[in-house]
Design a protein around this ligand. Structure first.
Ligand code: IVH
Length: 668
């Protein structure tokens, strides 16, 4: 292909992958494949300067800017590191440093390359003042309110020799344990899973609700200190100083003196990193002396004094035993590859989800195929391809099932959806027992003693078909079941009794309305106030609730019109289950804000931005996006952006803080 055409193609491809990675949080290719494409483009652009373009993906470091946060400029640009994938390339870098320093002695620091999302935090007089994401390297998102919720980040430093003003950079991480727990919850809620801890960390940091961020237990490790007034003349001692001031600093950091030391460090950590509590995707080597760093300087994109060595994702090839099809609580049928057990990243892999029919077809899986399984930064093993050379002659393509593997009903699919599902909601065992189990679970009605097995037993004995049947159970019925005695029967009856005081928002969540998870259920409860009101609402009215889009609104509407659900809800109400929000949780409503246009800016302590939006609407006001002459006032939280502030002053628009605002609406 002609150079010009290939350059154009590579730029388009890289732009698309950048968007997938930074904006959608859902990469399609591995970092390694991405870097390979980038290298090809850099090479071609070097050879053909006549096709240079200031907007080429090689000229930027990627952007993760998103809407809701203030965009602020970095005082010092946040550059990336040059990546290498072989020890040979690291040795070449070492040689370049040696030459660059004119034969002078030098030390290298070795440290982990943490696989999270980078952050720059500024401290003044020992206090945290601002935290900004990397963004496009020059400007980032001000995420101070969210970062302050991360407990391992000091808000006020330990007494010490810290400069009056400095910036510290590091990585926000979601530890493996937290990540696995979060994905478990999301899987249970049939919400999309995070592919790896990196996506989970960056997704969490961009959440508009600092309380949700706090709940997710993020962590942070720091690796770079910047100031006009640093405590030491070398990187290692500066990081040790930061550690003393209260920061979490890589415990694996080591001073290395030779190429051999560097190679040994790589050989050791290639294996040992698997035991670390957080994800790493490589190692970083830096010239230790700051004077020597200054001498070596930077290229347009990265420092010459540092290099990253990236680990290869672990993969294996194993034989497919069979593909099973599993029906979930919502009826979704998922294909699962059952594999000959294979060792990967310290665990034995026997099963890997094939997600849906489209993904299965793309992989073109035949019976007994040899499949490549990968587990890079990802905890869920992923089938990345098929070794076609090892395919058995005459092997048949594995077809997606056309009928439910449990109840035999023909499967259906919604337009535009990838998933096939079994429509036999009230006759398909795993769907029925799944809903009962969900209803009783801890975060829903919290009925102790009814888990998966008991839900199945109650259904198989013809005692319970819908959650409403639970409240008709008697001690006699329960105590004669196998493995049951008086004690366990009493425990269940007490759990059922206690569940009568479970708040309305959890009742909504417990009902298994498709696309209504915990957060949506909370929003719904607050907005609709009662089941009767929710039942009377049109799709359009439902859609005006924050967080409820057209699809979710339709799901709720249909659910509430299904005769089985109507009967279940009526019977639950008669059994004494909460069908409206309790008096004291109802937020003030009135007409105090009638006719007012209000802009929300910054982050808040008492309610989330979404909640304020809702409060404004419930009080007759209108929430608008940008400041104009027509704006009545700005509801300002912490970190309102300087541009907005200036605009308010220029137009003479009042700025009202959180507590003033709450006073205004409670007076009515
Ligand atoms: S140093 C100017 N050290 O890797 C060099 N970066 O590709 C500043 N990273 O954006 C970066 N661990 O998010 C450095 N020990 C470490 C690191 C590290 C992870 C990330 C960081 C940076 C990216 C560079």
């Amino acid at each position: 292909m002609e150079a010009e055409a290939r350059i154009r193609q590579l730029r388009e491809e890289l732009n698309r992958h950048n968007h997938n990675y930074y904006v959608l949080n859902s990469p399609e290719i591995s970092d390694k494949e991405f870097d390979m494409l980038m290298k090809q483009l850099e090479k071609l652009e070097d050879e053909h300067p006549e096709f240079a373009d200031p907007l080429s993906p090689t000229r930027r470091v990627g952007s993760d800017l998103s809407k809701g946060f203030e965009h602020v400029a970095h005082e010092r640009p946040m550059l990336s590191l040059a990546n290498t994938y072989s020890i040979g390339e690291v040795d070449e870098w070492f040689e370049r440093v040696r030459k660059g320093l004119g034969g002078e002695d030098f030390e290298i620091t070795g440290e982990m390359k943490y696989d999270g999302t980078s952050i720059s935090i500024t401290y003044e007089n020992g206090r945290l003042v601002r935290a900004v994401t990397r963004g496009d390297g020059l400007h980032g998102d001000d995420v101070t309110a969210n970062v302050k919720t991360i407990r391992s980040i000091p808000l006020v430093l330990q007494p010490g020799d810290w400069p009056d003003r400095f910036e510290i950079r590091g990585e926000i991480l979601m530890p493996w344990k937290v990540f696995e727990q979060l994905n478990k919850e999301r899987e249970y809620n049939e919400e999309p899973l995070f592919a790896n801890p990196r996506n989970a960390a960056s997704g969490t940091l961009k959440t508009q609700d600092p309380r949700e961020v706090a709940r997710r237990n993020l962590d942070a490790i720091f690796y770079y200190l910047l100031s006009d007034d640093l405590p030491a003349d070398n990187h290692f001692d500066n990081m040790e100083a930061a550690r003393r001031w209260g920061f979490k600093v890589s415990g694996e950091m080591k001073i290395l003196h030779s190429e051999e030391d560097v190679n040994e460090y790589i050989a050791y950590w290639d294996e040992a990193r698997k035991t670390l509590p957080v994800a790493t995707d490589g190692l970083v080597f830096k010239v230790n002396s700051l004077r020597q760093q200054l001498n070596l300087g930077f290229t347009a994109k990265s420092p010459r004094w540092a290099v990253a060595f990236k680990f290869n994702p672990e993969n294996a090839c194993t034989k497919l035993r069979f593909v099973s099809f599993e029906t979930g609580r919502m009826g979704t049928v998922t294909p699962v590859a059952n594999l000959e057990p294979v060792q990967l990243s310290g665990t034995i892999v026997k099963r890997a989800s094939l997600h849906n029919a489209d993904i299965m077809r793309e992989l073109d899986i035949h019976e007994h195929d040899w499949l490549y399984v990968e587990k890079g930064g990802e905890i869920i093993p992923k089938i990345t391809g098929v070794d076609k050379d090892r395919r058995e002659p005459g092997a048949q393509v594995v077809q997606f099932v056309s009928h439910c593997p449990v109840c035999g009903t023909p499967l259906v699919k919604n337009e535009g959806d990838a998933a096939w599902f079994c429509p036999n909601k009230y006759g398909c065992r795993p769907q029925i027992t799944g809903r009962i189990e969900h209803f009783c679970a801890r975060r829903m009605m919290n009925i102790d003693g009814i888990g998966e097995e008991t839900a199945e037993l109650l259904y198989d004995r013809n005692l319970v078909k819908t959650p409403a049947d639970l409240y008709d159970l008697t001690k006699e019925q329960l105590s004669i079941l196998e493995r049951f005695g008086d004690k366990s029967a009493e425990r269940i009856l007490k759990g059922l009794d206690d569940s009568r005081s479970v708040p309305f928002e959890r009742v909504i969540y417990a009902l298994s309305i498709s696309n209504v998870g915990e957060t949506t259920a909370k929003r719904l409860a607050k907005s609709v106030v009662s089941m009767d009101r929710m039942r009377s609402m049109s799709v359009e009215q439902l859609q005006s609730i924050p967080d409820v889009g057209p699809v979710v609104a339709q799901c709720i509407y249909d659910f509430l019109r299904d005769p089985v659900n109507v009967d279940t809800i009526d019977r639950l109400a008669s059994a004494g289950i909460q069908m409206q929000v309790s008096e004291d949780s109802i937020q003030p409503a009135g007409n105090a804000l009638e006719g007012k246009s209000i802009v929300i800016s910054g982050t808040f302590a008492r309610h989330s931005r979404d909640e304020y939006k809702e409060i404004i609407e419930r009080n007759g006001g209108k929430n608008v996006g940008s400041i104009s002459k027509k704006t009545s006032f700005v509801l300002a939280g912490e970190n309102m952006g300087p541009a907005k502030l200036e605009k308010c002053q220029a137009l003479g628009i009042p700025i009202i803080d959180e507590s003033e605002f709450l006073k205004i609406i409670s007076q009515e």
